[in-house]
Design a protein. Structure first.
Length: 176
């Protein structure tokens, strides 16, 4: 599905839209040296030490945050959730096993999403939906329903909103 971009007047393919965060925001805000000393991560898990020699205090998992888009497949944002130590260990234990589907854990969104003020820290639950994808995140808890990101995940967005996300990826200078 292609939409014309108001910024560059070219058509962008919304089916290619999968915005993603490479790391939790707390890690992104660190300098390179601090990150090398305090962070251990791969594409799906991240551990952060409280200092350069201490134990790990931050545990993060990469998840998909699906948001329905009118007239097309959902947009699946690649984001990170912060989880408790026990949750982290349980998820790692079943990450590559068939019995992982159906299990549900909780965590907090570890990224601020463009266009959604104060999304960092939103509570959600996540689970593996199949044996090939990373876990899917469903945001919300009592009292958070009024947050626009949660409403958008529940109710969906028009394709023009998805085009705004694409604009922030392809033309970041226009959204700053």
């Amino acid at each position: 599905m292609k939409e014309r971009c108001a910024h560059c007047n070219e058509e962008h393919d919304l089916s290619q839209l999968e915005p993603s965060h490479a790391m939790p925001d707390v890690v992104h805000q660190m300098g390179d040296l601090e990150r090398r000393q305090r962070v251990r991560m791969n594409k799906d898990i991240c551990l952060v030490r409280s200092d350069t020699i201490g134990s790990f205090h931050g545990r993060f998992l990469r998840v998909l945050l699906p948001i329905p888009v009118a007239g097309r497949d959902p947009c699946r944002w690649g984001v990170w959730v912060q989880v408790e130590e026990g949750t982290f260990e349980q998820v790692l234990e079943v990450w590559d096993k068939d019995e992982r589907t159906g299990l549900i854990w909780s965590g907090q969104l570890a990224n601020e999403l463009p266009g959604y003020a104060k999304s960092l820290g939103l509570f959600g639950t996540f689970q593996f939906r199949n044996l090939t994808d990373i876990p899917y995140l469903k945001l919300g808890e009592p009292g958070q329903r009024q947050h626009q990101l949660i409403r958008d995940q529940n109710d969906g967005v028009p394709s023009t909103r998805a085009l705004e996300w694409l604009l922030s990826i392809h033309h970041p200078e226009s959204t700053s």
